[in-house]
Design a protein around this ligand. Sequence first.
Ligand SMILES: [Zn+2]
Length: 400
Amino acid sequence: MSEYVTESITTLPDIKLIKSCEFGANDTVNSYMRRLCKVWLKNSNISPVEAGTYLRSMSIIKSVLDILSQGILSLEGVQKKLIDQDVTFRRLYLDGGDKVCSIVLENLLALITYSKRPLNNSEKLIPMLYLQVQLWQRELSGILRYFQKDPEFAWRHSLKKDEDRIALPMYFCRECGASGWLSRRLATDDSYCSDISTINKAFMDREKKMVLLNIESKNHEAVDEYVNENAINVTHHVSIKNLREMSESDSDTLRVRVCSRMTSTRNGNQRFTTVCPECNSDAICKIGGRTFTLSSVAISQVLSSDFDHAEEKDRKILVFTNSVQLIRQLSMKQELSDFFSVKSMQQYINSLDKPVNVAALQEGFKIYWKEKLSEDNVQHHKRDKAKEWISRKRRVNLCC
Ligand SMILES: [Zn+2]
């Protein structure tokens, strides 16, 4: 360790400067790293190799490595030990508190991932230190929201038998982000349904008596385009105890906006449409209802993010899932990985200078890669699969 890291720089940046080193809402990976390099390494354009040399001369890095060489620790554990063992860090903790300390650790980890060193004095660069990142993602299947004014959530399987509140499944709009409760109310019912299985099934079957409920407000009223003779757009007072429609409001009722729209199928039956009352896009889905798609989008996004500079074949991911569909989608991605990946889609999208629709995106993507790759490399069956993949995963395109 003492050969690898020297301790010629023992000071830390000023607290004010450290506070400016959080990843902000408008930051890109590049702007964030440039700022970190400026504050920590005194040069916003420092090369990865120079950054590595600089980091190896910092006493805080030596302290971090000393602590990490003792075993696996949580971030809080590392911070606690650093406060105990590193005088400069302890002073920073006393002056700036927990928040500043956690920014410092995040900054150091980010700088470590940026830093490189030459392999045996060759031109090949390897990471200065290897950093392993694990992302734990919990699917939202079974999540419910209590029927009350203030947002509060519950897992379906953890609802108590004697629960005195009603929790309902939720919808959300993929286009505008509107969200609310899902329920159903038959013509003969005087209350909205609170049975979760019944509501879920009715939503899956697009039963015509499905309704979208929301806290009453101007924002949740249906837009003009949504309203027609097959649509409901009304306000009701609903009991929070039994979801019964009440004639007036009191402390046990919630004033809700009720929206729903039907459409006629070819054989004349009426079905609930998944059109959003707030933006009129056909984009309403149940939260937790399509988790396999969302999970695979999230995983694809992680794999294609700017944080990972590794070649596609060197990227690894370990997935535990109870979703059969997710496994199928991911294995399909694996099969295509030597030809098509989300990253290659991202590369194509980056080359565009104007918005395009999905059909144009699909065509353009094929032309773009056909030009880039020689004909020998493009196997037709793979291209067809890629096409299928694109059409199945329209959402990926929209997320990129
Ligand atoms: Zn919407």
